[in-house]
Design a protein around this ligand. Structure first.
Ligand SMILES: NC(=O)c1ccc[n+]([C@@H]2O[C@H](COP(=O)([O-])OP(=O)(O)OC[C@H]3O[C@@H](n4cnc5c(N)ncnc54)[C@H](OP(=O)(O)O)[C@@H]3O)[C@@H](O)[C@H]2O)c1
Length: 405
């Protein structure tokens, strides 16, 4: 099938989602022209945080107009690596924001964490089609983000496999016909571990996801099930349902990506191999469909698929996230910020796995009790960033105390 020509930007090109996106672009362009940099998809801009070598390699392969490295200290290295290539090089926070504000008609938002919020918002403001992998944007700034999507007439396409699945089977013309939506969760690497074993989980064990190959932060989130908590909040913003209409079920094989249950008893699900290129291809070709060289789902050889209820005692992050969604206001912003800090502290080996959720819980509780810091609802992006900063400071201080105890 011929692909409509597109100019694209990839925010977070060196990461797992960024690279999966570029793998699809390579396949499409090579099929059309024999070259990764020539064909229906032209790349305007690619960004990274610190990985100059990875970004320079991608720039040589895809020949974007510009590359942006968020860490200004790496600008010199990047300039050296791309000298004579004809690719424009920039660095820093404002260059990153501008990367979202360019001419690309399709923008992949695949920066990890709230760091992706400002550049993604720029793409939204310009009314682009935004493929949203960065769930932290919605968790942190949901109402403000969606208000901007509406005002600018942007198109938001969910990339998270669960939300992409629901997007594909949700009847947006008849939302009242939907009884509930169910997000599936693999259960992560500690699904069968006891509470006592989970306490001693190491960073290497936490990032070893059984089904998906992903960046370190989302892998740890999958191990605590905070990822499903963030997705619960993301779903509440993306779909016209109430929080109590969103369920979570553990499905260890990760082939049923989510369900929509209708009032007449029908349940529609979207299925596919656990490969992010499937939902990314959906967003890249939308509203059409494209050929994608991904492993086909073979149900006969899979044999059995199973489902089970989540265990809230061993995985308290789920309840914490649902509580933050129900409290509203600044709670989801605080939850997200504290989680980013706690996961980084755990990955750096300074804190135990079970302490991640404790830090998040204590940060929400502290900020909720201290008037002026985390009680009011954010009404602007600046408010969100201010609450995010305060939550990070407190979570970091508390992580230090916990590590020292
Ligand atoms: N991986 C998946 O399968 C998957 C599935 C669903 C949703 N998501 C979501 O997609 C997003 C990306 O996940 P990922 O697994 O692709 O993450 P990842 O592999 O860690 O990649 C993150 C990307 O963001 C860049 N980045 C990190 N910190 C940054 C900062 N402060 N400023 C600017 N850029 C920064 C990284 O650059 P460097 O390489 O230079 O560090 C990299 O390009 C996350 O929000 C995640 O929840 C991922």
């Amino acid at each position: 099938m011929d692909m409509k020509p597109r100019k694209i930007a990839i925010l977070g090109a060196t990461g797992s989602v960024g690279q999966s996106t570029l793998a699809l672009v390579r396949d499409l362009n090579v099929a059309a022209s024999g070259h990764a940099h020539e064909g229906p998809i032209s790349v305007e801009v690619l960004t990274a945080n610190q990985d100059v070598t990875g970004l320079a390699d991608l720039a040589r392969g895809f020949r974007p107009e510009r590359v942006v490295i968020a860490d200004e200290a790496k600008l010199g290295d990047l300039e050296t690596l791309l000298a004579g290539s004809g690719v424009d090089v920039a660095a820093g926070a404002s260059a990153l924001r501008e990367a979202g504000a360019g001419e690309a008609d399709w923008v992949m938002a695949a920066i990890v964490g709230a760091a992706g919020l400002a550049p993604t918002m720029e793409a939204v403001k310009r009314g682009r089609t935004v493929a949203l992998a960065n769930k932290e944007c919605l968790v942190s700034a949901g109402a403000i983000f969606l208000d901007q999507v509406k005002r600018a007439g942007a198109t938001l396409l969910p990339v998270d496999s669960e939300h992409n699945a629901i997007y594909q089977v949700f009847d947006f013309d008849r939302p009242e016909a939907v009884e509930k939506i169910t997000l599936t969760a693999s259960g992560g690497p500690f699904r069968t571990w006891s509470k006592a074993e989970i306490v001693h989980a190491t960073p290497a064990q936490a990032v070893a996801h059984p089904n998906w190959s992903m960046g370190a932060k989302i892998s740890v989130d999958s191990a605590t099930l905070m990822n499903k908590g963030l997705e619960l909040i993301e779903a509440a913003y993306l779909f016209p349902v109430e929080p109590d209409q969103i369920d979570i079920v553990i499905h260890p094989q990760s082939v049923v990506h989510s369900f929509v249950a209708y009032r007449d008893g029908s349940v529609l699900a979207q299925m596919g191999s656990p490969d992010m290129r499937v939902p990314i291809a959906y967003t890249l070709a939308w509203p059409d469909r494209m050929d994608a060289a991904v492993k086909r789902l073979d149900l006969a050889s899979l044999g059995t698929i199973s489902f089970e209820a989540p265990d809230h005692d061993r995985f308290p992050a789920l309840g914490l996230a649902r509580g933050a969604l129900q409290s509203g206001g600044a709670a989801p912003t605080i939850l997200n910020a504290a989680n980013e800090v706690a996961v980084a502290e755990f990955l750096a080996g300074r804190m135990g796995f079970h302490e991640i959720v404790r830090i998040v819980e204590e940060t929400i509780s502290f900020m909720g009790q201290n008037e002026g810091i985390g009680t009011g609802s954010p009404t602007s992006l600046e408010d969100v960033l201010c609450i995010d900063r305060a939550a990070r400071e407190w979570a970091l201080k508390r992580s230090g105390e916990v590590a020292a105890a």
